[in-house]
Write a protein that binds this ligand. Structure first.
Ligand code: CP3
Length: 345
């Protein structure tokens, strides 16, 4: 079996399949005992990401455990801000914290150029994972969206409402756009390097899409995603690589979202009123089981999976996934149950 037989790539190419391909956002992570056994050897999460052999082992853990249809690079979206000198650390129970966040407008002007070679540990992880994977399992490379990376870089940490970021972009519109453009250029070269190293598919995570009003979402996020995707589609190296876009609860509908020309939309679990008749043939869809369902009894999980399978039954190009990442409190046994159930339908 080689990569041409991959049902994941077929679905991204909008082919109808009797059983959907399956992979899960955050499929490698703390919910797996195998992951925790490796994680305990590193104090700082990002130090672990800087070790390509370890990243390879971690990316393969869920493939070996659940025989999934796609692997995802083991890394994090915050590698780019770290490479720009913002000093990213992950503190226990707090999530990411930046030593040198963007506090004032001149911090944007004083940023160094993005040096793609600062992230060669990521490209090495990609090639290691690609070499270790079965030939028919595609590898997903990824980056954050420019907006989501900017939000973390300005806020300096995770936050519920990112109030500082919102006031920064209101008060420093010009520098905000300079920063977003810089991040767009960095994401492009970073993703291109991942493709050169062996990534078969790209996913862009706009995890903080929900912070912005409809108008601001267009201005500060979608415009840059659109530009990033068009650069990828115009470059010889990346032109044929399918692009998946995940946006968490944006103010705009899927019908509007497809304007950015992603090949596949990864649906947040709360997404309502998906206009399947309109979208069919235009874009592949991925999603969108609520991860919290995985905390419930087996029958609840099966029923919810059946409801989703029925919803997308006649859709051309459907990939089963969650509507956001697996959380650390989920029992890996539930992932096995869900995967087996979908394949048995
Ligand atoms: O299988 C995989 O998906 C693993 C690769 C991966 C990680 N992060 C590993 C990780 C991917 C694709 C990501 C993407 C990512 N990182 C996103 C976008 C997806 C989303 O959830 O919306 C975001 C927003 C981040 C930023 C980030 N990384 C946060 C906020 C945190 C801390 C909070 C949390 O969930 O723990 C991380 C840490 C992180 N990234 C962990 C993992 C396995 C846990 C770190 C640990 O073990 O201490």
């Amino acid at each position: 079996m080689n990569i041409e037989n991959s049902i994941f790539l077929k679905a991204l190419n909008k082919e109808k399949l009797s059983t959907p391909p399956i992979w899960y956002m955050r499929q490698a992570g703390r919910y797996m005992p195998e992951y925790r056994a490796v994680r305990k050897n590193f104090k700082n999460f990002l130090d672990m990401c800087k070790n390509p052999e370890v990243c390879c082992e971690l990316a393969l853990q869920p493939i070996n455990a659940f025989n999934l249809d796609a692997a995802i690079l083991f890394s994090d979206i915050l590698t780019i801000p770290d490479a720009l000198g913002l000093g990213v650390k992950f503190l226990e129970g707090e999530g990411p914290v930046f030593d040198n966040p963007i506090k004032v407008s001149k911090d944007v002007i004083n940023l160094p150029d993005f040096e793609p070679d600062n992230l060669s540990y990521v490209y090495k992880a990609v090639s290691n994972i690609k070499n270790a994977l079965p030939k028919n399992i595609p590898l997903i490379g990824f980056s954050g969206s420019p907006w989501t990376l900017a939000a973390y870089s300005i806020e300096g940490r995770s936050s519920k409402n990112f109030e500082y970021t919102k006031s920064f972009i209101r008060n420093n519109e010009e520098e905000a756009h300079i920063f977003l453009q810089k991040l767009t250029d960095a994401c492009f070269i970073y993703l291109k390097k991942q493709v050169e190293a062996g990534a078969d598919v790209i996913q862009i995570f706009d995890s903080w899409a929900n912070l912005l009003s409809k108008k601001d979402y267009e201005t500060y996020s979608l415009n840059y995603i659109r530009s990033l995707i068009s650069k990828l589609k115009e470059d010889q190296v990346t032109a044929s690589i399918p692009i998946i876009l995940f946006a968490r609860e944006p103010e705009i509908s899927c019908n509007q979202m497809i304007k950015v020309q992603a090949d596949c939309l990864s649906l947040y679990w709360k997404t309502k009123d998906i206009d399947l008749a309109f979208l069919n043939g235009k874009v592949a869809l991925q999603g969108n089981l609520n991860p919290e369902i995985l905390l419930q009894e087996d029958n609840v999980i099966k029923n919810e999976a059946d409801r989703i399978l029925k919803q997308f039954k006649n859709y051309d190009g459907y990939i089963f996934n969650l509507g956001h990442g697996i959380t650390p409190n989920i029992d890996p046994g539930k992932i096995k149950l869900l995967t087996d159930h979908i394949r048995s339908r």
